[in-house]
Design a protein around this ligand. Sequence first.
Ligand SMILES: NC(=O)c1ccc[n+]([C@@H]2O[C@H](COP(=O)([O-])OP(=O)(O)OC[C@H]3O[C@@H](n4cnc5c(N)ncnc54)[C@H](OP(=O)(O)O)[C@@H]3O)[C@@H](O)[C@H]2O)c1
Length: 316
Amino acid sequence: MILLLGASGYIGQAFARELQRRGETFRSLSRAQVDYTRFGPLYQFLKETRPGFVINAAGYTGKPNVDACEAAKADTLQGNTLFPQTLAHACAALDIPFGHVSSGCVFVGCLVDYGDGWVVEKDMTRPEFHAVAASSPEKIRGFDETMTPNFTFRDLPCSFYSGTKALGEEAIHDVGQNYIWRLRIPFDSIDNPRNYLSKILRYPKVYNNFNSLSHRADFVNACLESWLHRIPFGTYNITNPGYISTPQVLDMIKSILKPAREFTFWESDADFYATGALTPRSNCIMDTSKLNEAGIHIPTVDEALRSSLENWTAAK
Ligand SMILES: NC(=O)c1ccc[n+]([C@@H]2O[C@H](COP(=O)([O-])OP(=O)(O)OC[C@H]3O[C@@H](n4cnc5c(N)ncnc54)[C@H](OP(=O)(O)O)[C@@H]3O)[C@@H](O)[C@H]2O)c1
C-alpha cells in the first residue's frame, strides 16, 4: 500500500488521480483524520498500517502566492522544513522509503556561457542574457542535482518559502531512503487558480522572465515511476525538458486560446517589485538529464504547454 499525504492539495489531487488510474493500492491521509505533522501520531499510524512507500505532497504554499508565506513564517517553516524532517525520521525508524515533493524554486537563474566558460547568471532579465537566449540557446544550461541551491537562507536574497524548501531538502536528504522530487511552476489543461496558465490569463500585468515548468500529470507520473521502477534514491529535477520565456508562453496562449484581452508586461524588475510583489521570486532553468538517464521520459515544455492549451478546460 502507498500512503499519500497532502491528497487534498493541488499536487496531492493529481497523485490520487494517477494512483487510481494505475490501479495502485493507496490510502490518502489528511491532518483532519490523523495529525501526521506530529511525530507520535504519524509514527503510530505508520507502524499500524505499514505502507510500502509514502508520498509527501503536503506542505505550506502561500496563497495566492509566496508573498503570503512572509506573513506566516511559523506555518511555512513547520510545513516545509520541520514536517519533512519529522516524516523522514518516522519513516527511517520503520524502514519505509518515501518521496518528498520539493521545489525548483531553491534556485535562481541558470548557467550561461557568455564566451569565457560557464557562469551562474542569477538575473535573466539582463539584455546580455536575452541576446544569448535569442542567438545561441545552446549556451544556456539548467542547474543539475549536483549543484548547491542558490536561492536559500545560505545564499540570500531568497523568499522565506524558498528558504524553507531548501532547508527541508537538507533536513531529509541523508535520513533513510527517499526521493526528493523538485517540481517547478505547475500547469495543465484544467483552469484553476493554482495553474500557471490560468494565472497568466488573469494577471493584470505579466512578469517577463525565463523558467522551466512542470506539467502536473507529467510530474506525478515521473514521481510514481521513480518508485515503481525503483530508480536510485536521491534528488531529481522533474520539469518538462527545456525552458521558456513568458512572452513565448503568451504567444502560444494567444494563438491557441485567442483570449479577448490585451496583455501588458511589468516594465522592469524595479517596477514589478515596487508594486507587484513583496518577496523575491525565483526564476530558474533546471537540467533534467538525471531523470532522463534514469529512464523516465516526459514531453518537452513546448509539447506539454501546447497540448495543455489545445485541451484547455475553462473554469465555469
Ligand atoms: N503549487 C505549486 O506551485 C508548487 C510548486 C513547487 C512545489 N510545490 C510543493 O508541492 C507540495 C504541495 O503543494 P500544493 O500546491 O499541492 O499545496 P496545497 O494545495 O496547499 O496542499 C497542501 C496540502 O498539504 C497538507 N498540509 C500539511 N501540512 C500543512 C500545513 N502546515 N499547511 C497547509 N497544508 C498542509 C494539506 O492537506 P491536509 O490538511 O488534507 O492533510 C494541504 O491540502 C508542497 O510541498 C509545495 O511546496 C508546489
